[in-house]
Each structure stands twice: as C-alpha cells, then as structure tokens.
Design a binder for this molecule. Structure first.
Ligand SMILES: *Cc1c(COP(=O)(O)O)cnc(C)c1O
Length: 223
C-alpha cells in the first residue's frame, strides 16, 4: 500500500485532488484514512453510501462514482458532494427534482464513454449534442455542472490509456470553451484510478479516484 502522505502530495503537486474510493471497505478502515487527513471519499453504490455516511464524520465530502439509477437519486440528494456519473437527460431531470426538494444545489459531472470496452454507461463522445439544450439557469437551476468523468480501458498498454484520457481532456476543453463557457463551476476532469492515475495526472486530471492503492485489495470485486 502506498504512503498516503506521499500519494496525496504528489497528486496535489500535479494540481489535482485525491478521492479515496472506499467501496467495500468498512467504517473503521475509512476512519483510519480520515484520521490521516483525507476528506473526500467515493462510493459506487447508493445503498452502501447511505449506510456508511451517517456513521462517519459530517465533514466528509461524498462522491458518487458509480452508475446512478434515477429511482435512487432521492436517497443521496440531501448530502452528496459530487455525482460523477450523469449520462442522460432523464437522470439530470431527477437530480434537479430531488435537489430542489432538498433545497440545495447538487454538483455533477458528465460521464463519457471513452474506453474500448462495451459499456451501457457514459455518454458516447459523438452523442453529446443534447448537452446543448440544457438550461442551467432555468430548467436545471438546482444543478451545478462541474466537468467531466471517464474511465480508461482496463489494459497494460499505456498508450491506449493515455490516448483515452487525452480524448476526455479534449471533450472537456470543447465543452469548457463552448456550451459551458459562462459556467465558472465547470473546471473538473475526473479520471485515473490506482493503476493509471499517474498517466491521468499527466493528461490533466483534476480529480483522481483511488481505491486499492490506499485501502488494499478489495475482498470482492463488483466493478
Ligand atoms: C472502484 C472504482 C475506482 C477505484 O479503483 P481502484 O482500482 O481500486 O483504484 C475508481 N473509479 C470508479 C468509477 C470505481 O468504481
């Protein structure tokens, strides 16, 4: 396992923030990472997140990094810090509805499908025109668009991973200078995990999501 201070300072030096991915790990393990100064944690399942969050300190910023079903938004709307996985207008509408109900604004990232692997999740890069029609001043006034998220192909071939991260960065740049040019909040690129975060940092990541390098291997793998 990595030295947490060293890991965090190398990420901060690169201008990014560490999100400790605590999925499958119990509350005491999360507490020990918290006690080393980490305040941003990521979970990929709503049920696991809503079970753990109340047992942990309130100043934790919780990131939802896994696929989010519309019918589960209501369970996290009151406290989630950032939803990384918005990939449809339907989901965005539900987030708006639940954020309004909770009387708060919810920060979101648009997830793009940049990997070679088949996946139902993530916006295909050539199918993002629907983003043009989103009105964050009126229709989605309780949603704050903060950037993009993506996952690279699971491969040892560094050049593939690098090209995919570069692709995500180019999508970000296009949106940043286009549709979202007046959104000061649109600043984040969430990419990189334990195996590829260094490449992600070199390619412009602002948020890296690291699990096993911090907590050790998960006893079961679900994603
Ligand atoms: C599990 C997970 C991570 C962290 O993976 P590690 O390989 O353990 O660092 C990052 N992002 C997402 C979306 C995940 O589901």
């Amino acid at each position: 396992m990595a030295d947490l201070f060293q890991l965090q300072s190398s990420i901060e030096t690169a201008g990014a923030r560490l999100i400790a991915v605590s999925k499958t790990h119990p509350v005491p393990d999360i507490m020990s990472v918290y006690n080393q100064g980490i305040r941003h944690f990521g979970e990929n399942k709503v049920q696991e997140l809503v079970e753990k969050a109340p047992e942990l300190p309130e100043d934790i910023h919780w990131h939802l990094i896994g696929h989010l079903q519309t019918n589960k938004v209501k369970y996290i709307a009151s406290f989630v810090h950032l939803i990384h996985t918005v990939d449809s207008r339907k989901l965005l509408k539900e987030i708006q509805k639940q954020a309004k109900k909770a009387d708060r604004k919810i920060r979101i990232l648009f997830q793009f499908h940049i990997a070679r692997e088949e996946s139902k999740f993530g916006i295909p890069p050539d199918e993002k025109s629907w983003l043009n029609e989103l009105d964050f001043k009126i229709e989605f006034s309780n949603v704050i668009p903060c950037g993009v998220m993506g996952m690279a192909t699971f491969t040892d071939d560094e050049s593939i991973v690098r090209a995919e991260f570069r692709h995500l960065k180019s999508i970000y740049d296009e949106l940043r200078s286009g549709i979202f040019r007046e959104q000061d909040s649109f600043t984040e690129i969430s990419m990189g995990m334990s195996s590829d975060y260094q490449i992600a940092l070199e390619e412009g990541a602002t948020l890296v999501r690291i699990g096993s390098l911090i907590f050790g291997a998960r006893t079961y793998t679900d994603q």
